[in-house]
Design a protein around this ligand. Structure first.
Ligand SMILES: *[C@@H]1O[C@H](CO)[C@@H](O)[C@H](O)[C@H]1NC(C)=O
Ligand SMILES: *[C@@H]1O[C@H](CO)[C@@H](O)[C@H](O)[C@H]1NC(C)=O
Ligand SMILES: *[C@@H]1O[C@H](CO)[C@@H](O)[C@H](O)[C@H]1NC(C)=O
Length: 448
């Protein structure tokens, strides 16, 4: 503030200081939360919680809301008078608005409730939550105060909301000694994640690493060579070396992507010309259709990363999402020299709108995914594709009767069909009436 403030400005200034005092010292909040006001209980019976949750909120009086609203109005008029203190009053107005919103509707507001949702979840046994879980999830004040980009002075480090459902497993996961080795709990962690506890909370411990780690082969050798066994911690898998993983295609037991580790087998010819059937397109054909404007993209559920490797050979950068289903898929992809990303198909795709040239997914998006979730996934793929970008839906499978659900669902997202094929899936016999859909779908350049 300039020290030569005129008398004209002194009236609103004193009001501003009163407000600053009130808000800055949080008198209102302290009064509300500790004062003689009655408390009432809002039972939250959301299905994501194991038991009804009782949250305490103070009952705001209408007078108080009216008064605060009046103050808000005055503050806005002060704002127009005081050009030099624009930023200060804007921040105050924003905080006041949040406070009023919270008092009007404490249940739905997220602005005024500074309590840690995880501590509430821990009720009534707060003490039983592992300290590391509390330390990570607790609301944290920003050291430099309110951040206009955040619209807040507080951050809540994220964990998947469904973590609250799997209390016991989560407690196990967060029970470790900070600064030491993490427990070898890859299976537990992946189960939590697959069930919806995603993202998992961060931890302050060191993961197990191979005792005799061997660095990867250089390019381009790394892309088609089986990595050294000593690049993997094998604890979580039934195989304890790569030769076992390569051999497992001959075993009767079921494993996801059973023959994917054998780079000399089926992987070697995937997406190359001459694969044969109508539902299999070749990478070169797809790149040609898009006149080689495809440079970056994503392969959802990309097994051992062969799609990304083939694309890399064509100077296209692909990130591959994969889980570690009884095998070190993420390590393997990384050893080949392409980027693995450890997120499930449920997870919102961590890319900004309108950015990627291509999204590919083979044999993953299918009828095992809950229908509504699948529709959200399709829209999310459309979101991250740039206009003119393509979604290569590769061997989506379902039962013949389900085509009437899935075909309109895919069509309704609004892609242009560059290619579209429906064929029979016969690997388990014709009696099951299984079908494949393959498609090359383009996000329109102009949406009206
Ligand atoms: C570590 O790995 C390298 C390469 O695989 C191997 O030559 C060496 O014998 C291993 N050392 C031990 C102690 O296992
Ligand atoms: C790989 O592991 C299998 C058992 O899983 C074992 O029989 C085999 O000898 C191992 N091979 C090598 C090369 O270590
Ligand atoms: C990939 O890029 C390199 C360097 O820019 C170039 O020499 C090579 O021909 C490109 N390969 C393909 C398949 O386009």
């Amino acid at each position: 503030m300039a020290s030569d403030d005129t008398a004209k400005k002194s009236r609103p200034m004193s009001k501003l200081w009163v407000l600053l005092f009130v808000l800055g010292t949080n008198v209102v909040t302290v009064f509300l939360f500790s004062g003689p006001l009655q408390y009432y209980y809002i039972p939250l019976q959301s299905p994501i919680y194991n038991s009804p949750l009782h949250v305490q909120y103070p009952l705001p009086s209408n007078d108080l809301i009216t008064e605060l609203t009046q103050t808000q109005r005055e503050l806005l008029s002060i704002k127009t008078e005081l050009k030099s203190s624009k930023q200060v009053s804007e921040n105050l107005a924003a905080e006041l608005t949040e406070l009023i919103q919270f008092l009007r509707n404490p249940k739905s507001s997220n602005g005024g409730n500074a309590d840690d949702p995880w501590l509430q979840w821990g009720e009534p046994n707060r003490v039983s939550l592992p300290k590391e879980l509390k330390d990570f999830t607790a609301a944290k004040k920003l050291p430099l105060g309110r951040n206009p980009s955040f619209g807040s002075d507080t951050i809540y480090p994220p964990v998947g909301h469904a973590c609250a459902v799997f209390k016991e497993d989560l407690n196990k996961y967060m029970d470790y000694k900070p600064g030491h080795r993490c427990p070898e709990d890859e299976i537990l962690a992946q189960k939590l994640l697959l069930r919806g506890c995603e993202p998992l909370p961060r931890r302050r411990c060191h993961p197990a690493t191979p005792s005799n780690y061997t660095e990867p082969f250089p390019f381009p050798e790394s892309m088609w060579r089986t990595p050294p066994d000593s690049s993997v911690v094998w604890t979580a898998y039934s195989c304890k070396n790569y030769s076992c993983l390569i051999q497992r295609k001959y075993l009767k037991v079921f494993d996801d992507c059973k023959d994917c580790f054998d780079l000399q087998g089926r992987e070697k010819t995937r997406w190359l010309n001459g694969v044969g059937s109508d539902i299999d397109y070749s990478i070169d054909e797809v790149l040609k259709i898009k006149r080689h404007t495809i440079r970056i993209g994503l392969d959802i559920g990309g097994g051992t990363g062969t799609f990304a490797v083939r694309m890399r050979e064509r100077n296209v950068t692909i990130i591959t999402t994969s889980m570690n289903f009884n095998g070190p898929f993420n390590n393997f992809i990384a050893s080949r020299g392409v980027v693995p990303m450890y997120i499930s198909v449920s997870h919102r795709l961590p890319f900004f709108d309108n950015t990627l040239d291509i999204v590919h997914s083979m044999h993953v998006l299918s009828n095992w995914i809950p229908t509504v979730l699948l529709e959200f996934i399709l829209y999310d793929i459309n979101r991250i594709l740039r206009p003119g970008g393509v979604f290569w839906l590769d061997r989506f499978f379902c039962i013949e009767d389900q085509l009437k659900i899935y075909v309109p669902m895919i069509e309704n997202v609004g892609f242009n069909k560059l290619k579209w094929s429906i064929g029979r899936k016969l690997d388990r016999g014709p009696a099951l009436k299984e079908m494949y859909i393959s498609a090359l779908l383009e996000k329109p350049l102009n949406r009206h």
